[in-house]
Design a protein around this ligand. Structure first.
Ligand code: HEC
Ligand code: HEC
Length: 256
């Protein structure tokens, strides 16, 4: 009889498909739930959290009035950023009618508007400002727009997420949708969410924003990382942020 054999052959495929639907439909869970207790304790304690250094640096930059300029960020947004729109921050990246605006891009355009010039993407000062600004919205629920002009961009971002890369021929989805909870090189794989970023990474001893974390995973996959500011990294960043809709902002998180 042919039938049982065919059924048997189909079984692994079916199981994989089931696994895929079960995991993609899962509630988003913060990376916080997958890290060690000692790392959680470090994140929760403002004196222990190494990300607080970048936050302090961001606070200073926010309050300084550059030579020859009239205004600091604080002049418009309050010295503690209390006049920033925090629910608005939880919606970044946003679409302004022309295209995507990342939080860094918004900060840069504010700098340009008051004559301070923009900083190169992912410059440490820009990451410090990003950390400070995003921390103002800590506890806010991520709420990236998914309809309207965002829909086609998210589709492209999702394609990049499902594409196989590099020497190991895996997609982001393999690890972050199919294997959360499994261990790899002593680390527990999470769902690859964005709500902790910019975050302090203990492994490399540096503040890392979401785009850099994506680049680091691409390197891990032995693939050529998308360049800073490229369309690909922006689309992937948007998609990862939208997957995190519903999670609370934890910036600055501590991650391995
Ligand atoms: C002259 C006033 C002014 C200064 C100075 C200024 N901004 Fe803004 N900023 C604005 C306005 C107005 C908006 C509203 C959004 C827009 O630009 O359309 C805004 C929006 C923002 C947002 C988006 C969230 C929100 O509240 O809408 C962030 C983040 C931000 N600014 C950060 C900064 C940072 C960081 C600096 C300093 C490098 C800075 N701004 C300097 C006026 C200013
Ligand atoms: C071989 C497995 C693997 C693949 C493939 C992979 N990652 Fe990761 N990723 C990890 C590990 C391990 C970590 C660190 C532990 C964790 O948070 O999952 C991580 C962390 C992350 C984080 C940070 C999560 C947090 O809360 O700190 C993000 C975001 C992320 N990956 C995105 C991606 C993207 C986007 C891709 C595809 C370009 C990708 N990853 C591919 C293994 C992988």
């Amino acid at each position: 009889m042919m039938l049982p054999d065919k059924r048997l052959l189909l079984l692994p495929t079916l199981l994989l498909a089931l696994l895929a639907t079960a995991t993609t439909a899962a509630e988003p869970r913060s990376g916080y739930e997958y890290i060690k207790q000692s790392t959680r304790d470090m994140q929760d304690d403002d004196f222990e959290n190494p990300g607080m250094l970048a936050l302090e640096q961001g606070r200073q930059l926010f309050n300084v009035t550059p030579a020859g300029r009239e205004k600091s960020c604080a002049a418009c947004h309050g010295s503690e950023g209390e006049d920033l729109d925090v629910t608005g921050i939880a919606r970044y990246p946003v679409h302004n009618g022309n295209g995507l605006v990342t939080l860094q891009k918004q900060i840069n355009s504010c700098r340009e508007n008051h004559g301070d010039g923009s900083l190169p993407i992912d410059h440490p000062d820009l990451i410090a400002l990003e950390t400070f600004v995003r921390n103002r919205a800590a506890g806010e629920v991520i709420n990236v727009q998914t309809d309207g002009p965002m829909a086609p961009l998210l589709e492209k971002g999702e394609q990049l997420y499902r594409l196989r890369y590099g020497l190991i021929d895996m997609s982001c989805q393999h690890c972050h949708d199919f294997y959360p909870g499994q261990r790899i090189r002593g680390q527990t794989i999470s769902q690859g969410m964005s709500n902790g970023f910019p975050a302090y990474r203990l492994d490399i001893g540096e503040m890392t924003n979401l785009h850099q974390r994506i680049q680091q995973c691409l390197s891990l996959m032995r693939a050529e990382p998308f360049e800073a500011g490229s369309e690909e990294i922006n689309l992937m960043g948007l998609y990862i942020m939208s997957r995190s809709n519903g999670l609370k902002i934890e910036t600055p998180a501590v991650r391995y």
